[in-house]
Design a binder for this molecule. Structure first.
Ligand code: AMP
Ligand code: ZN
Length: 487
């Protein structure tokens, strides 16, 4: 497919702009990854899912994307957590990198092309700090190295903060070696019990922000296309990345900036420091991963999203409707040949609408509207076909099913076999509601026997009995299937 015209909201200019790659057809994307001192929560997962969909869509639209997402495995929080557990900080970080990988796979997140870690990039980090010192943009102070914000006039251009206002609220704290309050650490002198590496300024470790400047330059070049993260990273993290990278290279760092809104719990940003977190792995014991993705993409990535159990339950119910439709359509048309000929109506209009919503700053919420249209049309064609020509209906359903596959690759939804997905959903509901499966199955068998014997009154009575247990039955071409009724 030819590269299309995509507009995205650039936090730097605060406007929607047409995405034009520096190298035609190619895009470098860097997303700030997790700080691996604990399990990720579903707020983190929202941001990572948003960029997962962005990368999937850019590829769908024909761009060759190189996707880099780092691991912050050297950090104050990691050192503190390691002191608490008695582990080595590097070992604790490695453990949570593995946990993150498991969680990311469970949520069907694409594996980035490169997932660099700070601890593997000390040479690059030291190199860029050296450049900043040589250029007079950074200074050494008692084994620490700081970026000198006063020497970088463009500071705060992303967050549009006023330097005087910023200065007013800051003081150099006792024990800090910096000259001015806004200066930030590029390198921290070693302290006992902390991981440390050799450098021209003595043993120490990098500050937080410098890693992204060093690793993005290594894998994507000094200038690359899209930089992403959650809103909280705009200041100071991304501001500091810009100062370091543009200060060292003299070139534009990222050409477009994208930021994902917060996932809130009861009105407050979900964050480890507030303690109001739901771990992704805990959420995934209760809700299907695709339903969680569906919940995330139901809101535009820049808007806040309020987390509530009801929202997840609704998402899973909607996914059930989608999968039931797919099961029915597959039963009807999968592997069949309906010959060549015209299709009914304009079957691809939903996919075209989906694309135009996604082209508009990755408007997944709008795109889901197009998806609903696609499923409504599949249901209409299977349940009450508006035309008599069965081959035409079959061909049209096959064309719509193909469009679902395209959407599915972009959103990371409907990647499962419908019957399998529905069975898993049913198993979860059965456990939650304490339904006796053996009893359900024997009642269904009794009902089928009653119907065979033309005892329809008994058949209806058994259906009611099942209903009373919270079970709905459906007679399909492949036999009777059942599901747990919504509460
Ligand atoms: P951290 O591991 O804290 O550096 O966070 C990893 C990513 O998750 C960053 O891009 C954060 O901006 C993002 N993030 C953290 N909390 C939330 C939240 N409540 N909602 C959305 N994104 C978040
Ligand atoms: Zn970063």
């Amino acid at each position: 497919m030819a590269a299309a015209s995509i507009r995205l909201f650039n936090t730097m200019t605060m406007q929607k702009e047409t995405l034009e790659p520096a190298v035609p057809g190619k895009l470098g994307v860097y997303v700030c990854g997790p700080t691996v001192y604990s399990y990720v929560h579903i707020g983190n997962a929202r941001t990572f899912t948003s960029f997962d969909v962005v990368v999937r869509y850019l590829r769908y639209r024909g761009f060759e994307v190189k996707y880099v997402r780092n691991y912050t495995d050297v950090d104050d929080k990691i050192i503190k957590a390691a002191h608490e557990t008695g582990e080595e900080p590097v070992a604790l970080a490695a453990r949570f990198v593995e946990a993150f990988r498991e969680d990311a796979r469970a949520l069907h997140l694409l594996e980035p092309d490169v997932s660099p870690k700070v601890s593997d990039h000390l040479a690059e980090i030291i190199g860029i700090i050296g450049k900043l010192v040589d250029k007079g943009l950074a200074y050494e102070s008692k084994g620490d190295v700081y970026f000198s914000v006063r020497h970088y006039p463009e500071y705060a251009k992303l967050s549009k903060r006023n330097l005087d206002d910023l200065c007013a609220g800051e003081r150099v704290q006792p024990g800090e070696q910096k000259h001015e309050p806004l200066d930030f650490a590029l390198w921290k002198a070693a302290k006992p019990g902390e991981p440390a590496w050799d450098s021209p300024w003595g043993k120490g470790r990098p500050g937080w922000h410098i890693e992204c400047s060093a690793m993005s330059a290594k894998y994507l070049g000094e200038t690359f296309d899209i930089h992403g993260g959650g809103l909280d990273l705009i200041f100071p993290h991304h501001e500091n990345e810009i100062a370091q990278s543009e200060g060292a290279s003299g070139k534009t760092f990222s050409r477009y900036w994208m930021h994902c809104g917060f996932l809130d719990l009861e009105g407050a940003k979900m964050s480890k420091s507030l303690g109001n977190v739901v771990r992704l792995r805990d959420a995934l014991t209760k809700v299907d991963p695709e339903a969680l993705r569906f919940f995330f993409v139901g809101t535009h990535y820049r808007h806040p999203l309020n987390f509530a159990d009801k929202g997840l339950a609704d998402a899973e119910q909607r996914m059930e409707y989608f999968y039931e439709t797919l099961r029915k359509v597959d039963e009807r048309v999968s592997g069949k040949d309906f010959g060549k000929g015209p299709l009914y109506g304009e079957p691809h209009k939903h996919l075209t609408e989906f694309e135009s919503q996604m082209d508009d700053d990755f408007n997944t919420a709008g795109a889901l509207g197009a998806l609903s249209g696609l499923f409504a049309q599949m249901n209409e064609l299977t349940d009450k076909p508006p035309v008599k020509d069965k081959a035409q209906v079959g061909r049209t359903l096959q064309a719509l099913r193909e469009d679902v596959r395209k959407v599915s690759g972009v959103l990371g939804l409907f990647e499962d076999e419908p019957a399998q997905w529905l069975l898993r959903r049913r198993d979860r509901a059965v456990k939650e509601r304490g339904i006796d499966v053996a009893k359900v199955e024997s009642l269904i068998q009794a009902r089928n026997e009653a119907r065979k014997a033309k005892n329809f009154a008994e058949g209806d009575r058994l259906r009611e009995e099942l209903k009373g247990m919270g079970v709905e039955i459906l007679d399909t071409a492949a036999g009777t299937v059942w599901k747990v009724a919504p509460q």
